[in-house]
Design a protein around this ligand. Structure first.
Ligand code: UD1
Ligand code: UDP
Length: 381
């Protein structure tokens, strides 16, 4: 845990850098940027986009729909192996952070851009705040698990969205004063969008009826980079004879699907924009996924979610009752139909997934800034 404090911390002229790079980052960070801009109108708010994701449907459409101002710095790192992509972000972000000399660097989630930005910032002596801290799958074969552990280890402010995350951090020896249970900023974004997607009826564009299709999104390497993907498509074909399947395909998955034959009733599309995806989620009979964010959004929306993984770093979604872990096992996909015939009743959504998480982050930063200002003025006397 970094104990860094920063001599330039001062409330009204605070300088903040926000780092984003991949699709879920935009959704998690948008409400934080908007809230802190509102609270600190005379501060410097610099957005760095690493360019980890770059297709319009994986990047720009999110910034536009979420009303995020154009990034101040585009690093353009693109796709590469883990080491090369991480190293490119590190190389390119270092001079930008030196130029911006922020009082705080805010990073979301668990992608390679998160890891790289954290390492560079902390070595420059800049305090880091981690949004969506403390999640653990306890599976270190997942690149995201490594990224989360490093981001948490070196962050000054750990913003968590569930009780488990607090327990995980405490079990790793993190002092309570660094952990802030603020809620889920991804749900802030979803709730802010609600009036815009509720009546969109995007399903109709695909010839589908609300409440009568399975929405699918899959992109984890353990599933899509090997032989399990063709098995998954075959299993989806068996489901599609009873429940049509719509599968907006992540670009990583698209590369692996080129040789796979598509069964009747399974529609593939490009990834869809955020508003369209929320509309499709809301109207789905159920969702099959390996996405972290989609497990959370379906929990808020009360839509049955089936997760094609052996574990989840979001056990709260299973406890609430919307999420069923199928395991990394395409043979189990057909069980979805049977389970949907006997739906369990979901309990209340998790605490603080209420649309106000970014406001709580603002409160924490404001009070820590005030505390530091008082400490500095005492030292100066
Ligand atoms: C990354 C994150 C993952 C997150 C996911 C969200 C890491 C290690 N992984 O996985 O945690 O859940 O984003 O979607 O950071 N590609 C394109 N266009 C793009 C982006 C990617 O074609 O705009 C293709 C490239 O062929 C690339 C592949 O997708 O090699 C994978 O992209 P990458 O960002 O490395 O990992 P993701 O699988 O997207
Ligand atoms: N999403 C989207 N279009 C899609 C698939 C997902 O807008 O075609 C959104 C989804 O609503 C959620 C986020 O992307 O907000 C989740 O990102 P992803 O699944 O890529 O990453 P993960 O959450 O697994 O890290």
């Amino acid at each position: 845990m970094s104990q860094t404090t920063h001599s330039r911390y001062s409330a009204c002229a605070m300088r903040i850098v926000y780092v984003v790079g991949a699709r879920p980052n935009f959704v998690k960070m948008a409400p934080v940027i908007s809230e802190l801009r509102r609270r600190i109108p005379h501060g410097r708010h610099a957005l760095i986009h690493t360019g980890q994701h770059y297709d319009r449907l994986m990047s720009d459409i999110f910034l536009e729909e979420l009303g995020v101002p154009a990034p101040d710095h585009m690093l353009g790192v693109g796709s590469a192996s883990h080491a090369v992509q991480t190293a490119r972000v590190m190389e390119r972000i270092e001079p930008v952070l030196e130029e911006e000399h922020p009082d705080l660097v805010i990073v979301p989630g668990d992608v390679n851009s998160t890891l790289a930005a954290t390492l560079v910032a902390v070595k420059l002596g800049m305090p880091v705040a981690h949004v969506e801290s403390g999640l653990r799958s306890f599976d270190r074969t997942m690149p995201e698990e490594i990224n989360r552990i490093v981001a948490d280890e070196f962050s000054e402010h750990l913003f968590v969205h569930s009780e488990e995350a607090i327990e995980n951090l405490k079990a790793e020896g993190v002092a309570g004063e660094h952990i802030h249970f603020v809620g889920n900023t991804m749900i802030d974004s979803l709730m802010a969008m609600e009036p815009r997607f509720r009546d969109l009826n995007v399903a109709e564009r695909y010839g589908l009826q609300a409440g009568d299709y399975l929405l699918v999104t899959l992109h984890r390497p353990a599933l899509v980079d090997g032989p399990l993907l063709p098995d998954t498509i075959e299993a989806l074909g068996r489901v599609a004879s009873e429940l049509p399947v719509l599968f907006p395909v992540h670009p990583r998955t698209r590369k692996m699907l080129s040789t796979v034959e598509l069964p009747a009733g399974v529609q593939l599309t490009d990834p869809v924009g955020y508003l369209d995806f929320l509309s499709l989620e809301t109207d789905a009979r159920a969702v099959l996924t390996d996405s972290g964010g989609v497990q959370e959004e379906t929990t808020h929306l009360g839509i049955p979610c089936f997760t094609l993984r052996d574990n989840t770093e979001r056990p709260v979604t299973v406890r609430v009752g919307t999420n069923t872990l199928l395991g990394l096992n395409p043979d189990r996909i057909e069980e979805i139909l049977r389970i949907l015939d006997h739906p369990s009743v979901a309990s209340e959504p998790p605490g603080l997934w209420d649309g106000s998480a970014a406001g709580r982050i603002g409160d924490v930063l404001e009070s820590s800034t005030e505390r530091l200002s008082v400490e500095h003025s005492l030292i100066a006397r």
